[in-house]
Design a protein around this ligand. Structure first.
Ligand code: AR6
Length: 174
């Protein structure tokens, strides 16, 4: 059984095997959660990221966790919201799927996701939360995996409330 948990605050403070980063195509850092991760991890993260050659939107790449207790970061690039008619939902789901596939290949047991694309990339929060939860649940149903604990890390209270509402009443175990 895998437990789905909702937490608030800074994702870099979480004691998990993998922290997912909402990055951009360059993988060379930015603001928001990406900026917080690079700041907390230290300059070596940027050195490794430079060697990766960027990342396509909807895909994911792994690095070490450097100064954080997390063993790895999985950097995924969410879609920029352009009104919803440009495969934004499919691409966002792909971010969660590809990140989980990569985590599974690393045989880790815990992972934390930020609310990908809902900051600077302006993906509507409610749609994004629904897609995030359903993508994770679908993955757990369809794959043999080692994951015991999956965190949805909500930086702002509005996101936290939204995830609580969506998970409440539904089965929190995957
Ligand atoms: N811990 C957890 N969540 C956070 C943190 C944190 N320390 N800081 C912000 N958030 P965003 P995007 C939340 O903008 O929309 C970057 O510049 C935030 O409240 O970080 O995918 C990249 O380089 C929001 O809910 O990512 C890209 O250029 C969520 O993280 C671009 O932003 C995502 O907001 C990616 O945009």
């Amino acid at each position: 059984m895998t437990s789905l948990e909702i937490v608030t605050g800074d994702i870099t403070k979480l004691k998990v095997d993998v922290i997912v980063n909402a990055a951009n195509n360059t993988l060379l850092g930015g603001g928001g959660v990406d900026g917080a991760i690079h700041k907390a991890a230290g300059k070596e993260l940027l050195v490794e990221c430079r060697s990766l050659g960027g990342c396509t939107t909807g895909e994911a790449k792994v690095t070490k966790g450097y100064n954080l207790p997390a063993n790895y970061f999985i950097h995924t690039v969410g879609p920029i919201w352009k009104g919803g008619q440009n495969n934004e939902s499919e691409v966002l789901v792909s971010c969660y799927q590809k990140s989980l596939l990569l985590a599974n290949s690393l045989a880790v047991s815990s992972i934390a996701f930020p609310c990908i694309s809902t900051g600077v990339y302006h993906f509507p929060k409610v749609i994004a939360a629904n897609l995030a939860i359903s993508a994770v649940k679908q993955f757990l149903k369809e794959h043999k995996h080692h994951l015991k604990l999956i965190f949805f890390c909500c930086y702002i209270d509005e996101d936290y409330q939204q995830y609580c509402t969506l998970l409440k009443g539904s089965n929190k175990k995957g």
